[in-house]
Design a protein around this ligand. Structure first.
Ligand code: SAH
Length: 256
């Protein structure tokens, strides 16, 4: 997986706003999307077309606003989607499996290689209708304060867009670095390092008369946990060699 995956994902993720009442929210949603690398804004029967207020709130995201697609109804806006997730401010309103934003984002990141996915947001006053929710495969609820759970529309878009970005970045990381890693340090190389570490600790008088065994056991545990490769081990041995040199200088009075 390469950074092209991010481009592919952004091309396949639709942010669908249904029946938006305030044009300002459309602009703020465009901005929220662009900050997280998304650009496919779909507007279903907005009460008012995007206007100067939308543009002002979109800030630099006017390109997202300008390329928004318009549809008369949700079904046509979802044509060709593999997966549709409906965001609801009220938990368990419909008999749909309910996901957290994080679960939803992971599922979307897993689906984009196969096709388009849509995240659907409802009206400011009344949310999505039951018929609209029935067009969705799963519901997404931001687990907000149960006594005050309704976020501003663009704020909800921001939360979801952020989680989607994190899920996509996780996928990129999981695919691993593209350059080959250095070979892992061998048992002998590690033992050589531990021997030098022991000598260095003596040279800098780290143990101060205590037995070195317990400290060395703990240090071995720390380094063994990290899975050092050969290059990393060379770096650490370089640090130790310098520490030993400085300790020698200090011992001969040269460090004064
Ligand atoms: N009064 C409406 C709230 C709408 S807020 C209602 O009770 O449904 C506008 C849209 O933002 C919602 O339709 C939903 O898509 C999204 N949204 C707001 N708060 C949310 C939350 N806690 N979880 C998921 N989506 C939320």
């Amino acid at each position: 997986m390469t950074p092209d995956f991010m481009t592919l994902a952004a091309d396949r993720i639709r942010i669908v706003l249904v029946g938006t009442q305030h044009p300002g929210n459309i602009g703020s949603a465009a901005r929220a999307m662009k900050t997280m690398g998304l650009h496919r804004l779909v507007l279903v029967a907005p009460e008012k077309r995007p206007n100067a207020e939308s543009e002002a709130l979109a800030a630099g995201a006017d390109d997202v606003l300008a390329s928004a697609a318009f549809h008369d109804d949700l079904a046509s806006a979802l044509a060709g989607c593999q997966r549709v997730l409906g965001c609801t401010a009220r938990s368990r309103r419909v008999a749909l499996p309910e996901l957290t934003p994080r679960e939803a984002a992971a599922s979307m990141a897993g689906t984009v290689p196969q096709g388009d996915v849509a995240l659907v947001f409802g009206r400011e006053r009344t949310g999505l209708t039951n018929e609209e929710l029935h067009l969705c495969h799963q519901a997404v609820h931001i687990p907000a304060n149960p006594g005050y759970s309704s976020l501003n529309l663009a704020a909800a878009v921001q939360v979801l867009a952020y989680e989607v970005r994190m899920a996509l970045l996780d996928r990129l990381d999981a695919a691993g670095p593209t350059e080959p890693r250095d070979p892992p340090a061998s048992h002998e190389q590690l033992e050589g390092f531990y021997a030098q570490l022991g000598e260095t600790l003596d040279a800098i008088d780290f143990h101060k008369g205590r037995s070195p065994d317990s400290a060395m056991r703990k240090l071995r545990r720390i380094f063994n946990r990290t899975g050092l490769d050969e290059r990393e081990l060379r770096l650490l041995r370089g640090v130790l060699a310098d520490a030993q040199r400085m300790a020698r200088l200090a011992g001969t009075g040269g460090g004064k």
